[in-house]
Structures are given as C-alpha cells and as structure tokens.
Design a protein around this ligand. Sequence first.
Ligand code: S3P
Length: 177
Amino acid sequence: MSPRVHPDRSIVLVGLMGVGKSTVGRRLARRLGLPFVDSDAEIETAAGCTIADIFERFGEPSFRDGERRVLMRLIDGPPKVIATGGGAFVSAATRALILERCVAVWLDADPETLAERVARRSHRPLVRGKDPLPVLRSLAAARNPLYAEAHLRIPSQVAPHERTVERIIAALAERAA
Ligand code: S3P
C-alpha cells in the first residue's frame, strides 16, 4: 500500500527527452487525483502546429519563449502534474519559477538507455536525422547539473513506469513528513 500524498503545489517532471516524463506524469496524476498537463502539448495547441514545425519555421529561441510563457501560465493555476519538455528547466527564469512555486522531480536515466528509446520515434527536432547517443550525451553533460537542482531525483533507468510512479510517491511522502 503506497503512502497518501496530497500535494498543495504542482509537481513538475524534468529530465532529458525519452525519460518518460509524459507517461509517468499521466500515471502519477491519476494516482494523486490531480489534473495532468504536458507543456509540449500545450505549446502545440497554443501555436496550432507541432514542435518540429515551430523549430523549423520560427527557430528554437521562439520555441523557448513560448515554452516559458506556457509554463508560467500552467504554474499559476491550481496544483497539477506537469510534464515539461527536456529543455524547459534549462532556462534560469523558468527553473527559478518552478523551484519557488512547485515540487520539481528529476527523472534521471543515462544517455544509452534514452538513445534506444528516442531512436524508435522521429518527432524530436533535436535528434531528427542524427545519431541520438552523442546528442543525448552532450545534453546530459550540459543539463544534468541543472536538473540536479530539482527537489527530488528519481532514477528511472530500466524500471517500469509504474515503479517510477511508486518511487515518486514515496519521495513526496517523505518530503511532506
Ligand atoms: C526538447 C525536448 C522535447 C521538446 C523539444 C525540445 C529538449 O520534449 O520540448 O523537442 O530541448 O530537450 P521531450 O523531453 O518531451 O522529448
């Protein structure tokens, strides 16, 4: 039986692409009785096109700007579980906002594991047409020190998503105790 957790602030999942932020987030939200939102999906709805299209047509800085605005809006509302895109927590302003107003959870897995998962899908502009492993290694080197600022770090290496959800709930309960 897992502990009962009643978050009074949003739980924000951060970490590299392919780590399972959306899948884990959706299940975590269901378990906690909170709404779930995916910031990438919100950006796509607001822009009326895919993230790949935004990168291609307007460039990455424009995407990052939209990402920051969408996250500000999501954080302002009632508590929920928010899955972010892998780069959201890299922005100092967004990171500060998340750290101040939410519980940030870093889902951590190594680039080798992630490269395999990411290679199976082709919608991510940062790895499209490239060997994903070197890209993920370089993203991990640059971003892991920033992800490490999250309130909680949950290894999500090979564990099934449901186990990762259990680990997050246990860590949230411990934090609230
Ligand atoms: C990005 C990760 C993607 C998406 C965009 C940029 C990144 O989200 O936001 O392609 O900078 O790592 P996922 O982490 O959900 O794949």
